[in-house]
Structure formats: C-alpha cells, structure tokens
Design a binder for this molecule. Structure first.
Ligand code: GDP
Length: 294
C-alpha cells in the first residue's frame, strides 16, 4: 500500500529538496503535482485540496520563497502536513482499570471478527483479562470463527444465541462476569452486507443495554472512498469513537486510509497488516508518513 503514492511524492520532494531558492511558480507547480498524486492514490478530493492549500499557505507565511534551503523547508512542510492529515499524535482507545466494553462494528467482510481476535491477543499480552462476546448473529459462521480465534489466543468467548434479545445478552454477560472477572469485554457485533436500518436498530439496542465505552468501526482499506461513506453512516447511527483500518498489507492505493481521519473526524487506533492474529499495529501517524515518504 502507498507504493505508487510514495514513489511519486518522493520524486517531487527530491526535486524540491535540491532547490536552494524557490520561485512562486516552482512551488505552485509542485503543489499541483502533489495534488494530482494524492488524487490518483484515491485521496478524498477535499482532503487533497486542503492538503496543498495548507502547505502553500505555510510556505508563504514562513517566507520560504527566496530563502536559503527553501526546498528542504517545503519538504518538511509536506511531511508535517501528512502527519497532521493522518491524525497528528498516536491515538489509543480509552482503557480504564475495569468495566471496559468495546463494540466492534462494520460491514461484513471488512475484517471485524479477525480484528476482534487480534485485539484480544494484543490486550491479553498487555495483562488485560479479556472476554470476547460473539454477537455476530448475521454471518452464519462468525460466532464459530470467533470461538476458534478465542481458543487460538487463549481468551474465553461468550456466544450470543439465535433470537436472543439485547436484554438477555446483558443478563448472560453479567452472570458470566460474576464467576469469571474480566476487565475488557470486546463484542463482535452483527456485520451487514450494506447499511441496513433493521440491523442498525438492533445494534443501537445492544448499545443501550451494554453501554460500550468505545465503538470501533472496522473499515477495509481495499474498498477505498466507499469505506468512508460507510463510516459516516455508521457514525450517525451508533456514534463511532475510533477506527480500525484493515488490509493495510494489500495493494490498495491508500487514499481511504489517508483520508479517513479528515473525512470522519475519528482517530485511527489500529491498522490490520495480515490475516494472522499478530497482524495488528498501533497506528502511528508519524511512522506512516515516514513510510510513505521513504
Ligand atoms: P468480518 O465479516 O468483518 O468479520 O470479516 P472477517 O474477519 O471474517 O475477515 C474477512 C477476510 O479478510 C478474512 O479472509 C480475513 O482473513 C481477511 N482479513 C481481515 N483483516 C485482514 C488484514 O488486515 N489483512 C489481510 N490481508 N486480510 C485480512
């Protein structure tokens, strides 16, 4: 991912970096090239436009033109803007000493169940007592899949039964927690093929019962800008608190991942980097920017 964008940006910035003094025309031409490269990588139109506008504004504001090492300064401005676009500082989901309930939501196939297993492994390693709740009653094999993943990473799984109401799920969860203390409960909710009103109502009802402290939306980097439309719709209905972007190891052009923070206003907490249970990275904007710019 980001390969083609990275190569193009590196070319443009290499040329800029070699200039000791820059004319306004040179900066303008470079900004046009950067905007094109972003759009070709499937970055959201407004995000690409804002990106070059901000870099240009700063270049003018800092009197870069005509100054010594002007090219290097612009290169740094582009790098910093990339970090900002990706979210600035590293963001993490809120984790209290106890009573953490996280909902995993998203479209079917986005990698929700896989990411649920990965998060269980990640936080177990950090010393958390994790319980997984298999509440994806929509995709036939999802609950069994989570049970297998739970076994694999050594975390118990409570399975929601067919036709169970959210209130019953809440009662069964409370019962479970009485005998087996857990400080982080991660709920793999029903995935859907597309945004579906009835399923959204069901998800909202489960939220009302279980009071999640985080609602993590899992989006698939391979689906491009469509993933961000989906994100906005989910957020309107079930208030998303953060994002997990999966399949960052694939050959997606990267535009969705790059635009996700700006378009949704939600922090990216994690990136999925393989199908394995170890394939989950904390999302560090500065490292990702560094990777893109080589
Ligand atoms: P769900 O329907 O959202 O629960 O989706 P799954 O968790 O079953 O994932 C759908 C497919 O995507 C499976 O084949 C996963 O192995 C795969 N997958 C999930 N996350 C990643 C990832 O980060 N990288 C890669 N390469 N594959 C992934």
């Amino acid at each position: 991912m980001f390969e083609s964008l990275g190569n193009k940006l590196q070319d443009i910035l290499d040329r800029l970096g070699r200039e000791s003094k820059l004319t306004e025309a040179q900066v303008k031409a470079s900004m046009r090239e950067i905007r094109m490269a972003l759009l070709e990588a499937d970055v959201n139109f407004n995000v690409a436009k804002d990106f070059v506008a901000k870099v240009s504004e700063k270049a003018v504001g800092q009197n870069v033109l005509g100054s010594l090492n002007a090219g290097q300064t612009v290169v740094k401005l582009v790098h910093d803007e990339l970090v900002d676009t990706l979210g600035g500082k590293t963001a993490q989901p809120e984790l209290k000493t106890q009573g953490n309930v996280w909902f995993m939501v998203g479209l079917q196939g986005a990698g929700k169940t896989t990411s649920t297993g990965k998060l269980a492994a990640h936080y177990k390693k950090k010393g958390r007592r994790v319980l997984l709740v298999a509440a994806d009653t929509q995709r036939p094999a999802a609950r069994d899949q989570l049970e297998v993943l739970g076994k694999q990473v050594g975390v118990p799984v409570l399975k929601v039964n067919d036709g169970e109401t959210p209130a019953e799920t809440k009662r069964r969860l409370d019962e479970y927690l009485k005998t087996d203390y857990r400080d982080l409960v991660i709920v793999d909710t029903a995935g859907r093929l597309q945004i579906d009103e009835a399923l959204m109502d069901q998800l909202a009802a489960l939220q009302t019962e279980l009071h999640p402290t985080e609602t993590l939306l899992v989006i698939d980097a391979m689906t491009g800008q469509e993933a961000l439309n989906v994100a906005q719709t989910f957020d309107q209905r079930v208030q998303v608190s953060g994002l997990v972007i999966t399949k960052m190891d694939g050959d997606a052009r990267g535009g969705a991942a790059l635009s996700a923070r700006s378009v949704t206003g939600k922090p990216i907490y994690f990136a999925g980097t393989s199908e394995k249970m170890t394939g989950l990275d904390q999302f560090h904007p500065d490292r990702v920017a560094g990777r893109i710019l080589g």
